[in-house]
Design a protein around this ligand. Structure first.
Ligand SMILES: CC(C)(COP(=O)(O)OP(=O)(O)OC[C@H]1O[C@@H](n2cnc3c(N)ncnc32)[C@H](O)[C@@H]1OP(=O)(O)O)[C@@H](O)C(=O)NCCC(=O)NCCS
Length: 168
């Protein structure tokens, strides 16, 4: 049976206590810290709702920057010679165990790319710090490129995804 999800900004009315992705740091952050981060405006959090109220997945976004010298030469040479380029960091992404393998992780990633691309504030790329090699493989599967100095730090230039996101 397929489930329809709705993505919305995190709201205090949603029950975070039952959320379980299998990653204790990601679950603990979601239970205990995310609302503080949202209140202090150091992160924005979006959730996938499976039936109006129950949370099937979440991700966070915040402003960030990428060192120009840290980018692969092929990407860096197309950019202005500023020390950094603007980016948006997806700090966390997690799907509840009950909903894994159904395309929700990919859909949340697409939602984050869409939101970031639609912003009036420019960003060169969406970047992520993958928590391990399995997570990095998930991002590579979706076109992210690892930074030369760290296989767990990856980025996706937004200009490359814009044509896929634009509605006819
Ligand atoms: C990583 C995670 C978000 C993926 O969510 P999911 O809903 O199970 O993944 P999806 O069903 O959307 O998978 C989408 C695609 O990614 C692929 N994929 C999933 N995990 C993958 C992995 N580790 N490596 C490579 N590809 C992967 C799927 O095969 C699928 O491919 P397709 O679209 O070509 O069929 C989820 O497993 C999770 O919450 N893991 C624990 C937390 C975590 O690792 N977060 C990562 C951020 S640090």
């Amino acid at each position: 049976m397929s489930v329809l999800f709705r993505v919305a900004p995190l709201d205090a009315a949603y029950d975070r206590a039952a959320f379980s992705s299998g990653s204790e740091p990601l679950d603990c952050y979601f239970r205990e810290q995310v609302t503080q981060d949202v209140r202090r405006r150091v992160a924005a959090c979006f959730v996938a709702l499976a039936d109006g109220q129950s949370i099937a997945g979440y991700y966070t976004l915040a402003s960030a920057s990428l060192l120009l010298s840290g980018l692969p030469a092929s990407a860096g040479k197309k950019l202005p010679r500023y020390p950094t380029v603007p980016a948006v960091r997806m700090g966390r992404l997690a799907v509840d165990r009950a909903f894994k393998g159904q395309g929700l992780g990919g859909a949340l990633l697409a939602d984050a790319l869409d939101r970031t691309s639609r912003s009036e504030i420019a960003a060169y790329a969406l970047m992520v710090d993958a928590k391990d090699e399995t997570a990095a493989a998930f991002y590579r599967h979706h076109g992210f490129i690892a930074l030369p100095d760290s296989s767990l730090a990856l980025f996706l230039p937004l200009a490359t995804v814009l044509p896929c996101l634009k509605q006819p």
